[in-house]
Design a protein around this ligand. Structure first.
Ligand SMILES: NC(=O)c1ccc[n+]([C@@H]2O[C@H](COP(=O)([O-])OP(=O)(O)OC[C@H]3O[C@@H](n4cnc5c(N)ncnc54)[C@H](O)[C@@H]3O)[C@@H](O)[C@H]2O)c1
Length: 257
């Protein structure tokens, strides 16, 4: 068990990638705080269409300790309370996974300024705020921050606010890594390609076929693919890796760079 007894917070962990990360960490012995605006999983149009159990129920089925804390990551006070609750429940904090994210389709003309602000608040600003509140607890060699960015950090086509937010996450990762490095704690990002989750509901079947065509490996990604990468970054195996952004994308970026 690579994360035995470690305490983790995963934001946006009721559905999709965050749920996959929470369960993967629990299988390695971690206790997990599920921080989400909703407790029950989203049921997607294409993916995760019939999930009903909460992530905490699944964590407990695995024999792990789980705690749901209702949290809107765009609310600074809620993030502060989240860190306090995690520390008091588990006696400390080892791992913060900033995963919650939203996508609003459309270009600059179609989307509103409020849409832009909402995406930036959840996808970028919240990662800074959560890291700020968690950092005092993470200044140890087991301390880990893992941000979920995207392959869209590296190119156009993801939407003006979404792509900009994810590019910001990659550089936030580097800067935060420098700040925590003297303590032996690490900060890394994961850049998923197309992962089968409810976030894809706004796509058309043709969009999904196009994503499949851009993915060289013979299937689209699953939340557990990201879960396994997150476990690696959280574990002692990755103790000397910091400030990186790892594509976990079935080869999507191989054709770009
Ligand atoms: N699925 C993909 O293909 C893909 C690709 C690249 C990056 N990502 C990123 O991965 C992360 C997770 O995406 P997903 O596909 O699992 O999405 P999802 O929509 O399937 O799940 C997101 C979860 O976050 C929660 N959430 C949304 N807003 C929140 C808020 N303000 N506060 C707290 N929780 C909130 C939702 O309730 C949901 O449980 C996001 O940052 C997304 O940008 C996803």
């Amino acid at each position: 068990m690579r994360l035995k007894g470690r305490a983790a917070i995963v934001t946006g962990a009721s559905s999709g990638i965050g749920r996959g990360i929470a369960l993967a960490m629990a299988r390695e012995g971690a206790h997990v705080v599920v921080a989400d605006i909703r407790e029950r999983p989203k049921q997607g149009k294409y993916h995760e269409t019939d999930l009903t159990t909460s992530t905490v129920e699944e964590l407990e089925n695995l024999g792990a300790k789980g705690l749901f804390v209702q949290t809107d990551v765009a609310d600074d006070r809620a993030l502060n309370d989240l860190i306090d609750q995690a520390v008091s429940e588990f006696g400390g904090l080892d791992i913060l996974v900033n995963n919650a994210g939203i996508a609003i389709p459309g270009g600059i003309e179609e989307t509103s300024i409020a849409d832009y602000d909402a995406i930036m608040a959840v996808n970028l600003r919240a990662l800074y705020v959560a890291s700020k509140y968690a950092m005092p607890h993470l200044k140890t060699p087991s301390g880990r921050i893992i941000h979920i960015a995207s392959v869209q950090a590296y190119g156009g086509g993801g939407g003006p606010a979404y792509a900009a937010s994810k590019a910001g996450v990659v550089n936030l990762t580097r800067d935060t890594a420098l700040e925590l490095a003297p303590f032996g704690a690490t900060v890394n990002a994961i850049c998923p390609g197309y992962i089968e989750t409810p976030i894809q509901d706004y796509l058309t079947p043709q969009d999904i076929a196009d994503s499949r065509a851009k993915t060289p490996l013979p299937r689209l990604g699953l939340p557990e693919d990201i879960g396994k990468a997150a476990v690696f970054f959280a574990s002692d195996d990755a103790a000397w890796i910091t400030g990186t952004a790892l594509p976990v994308d079935g080869g999507w970026m191989a054709s770009i760079f």
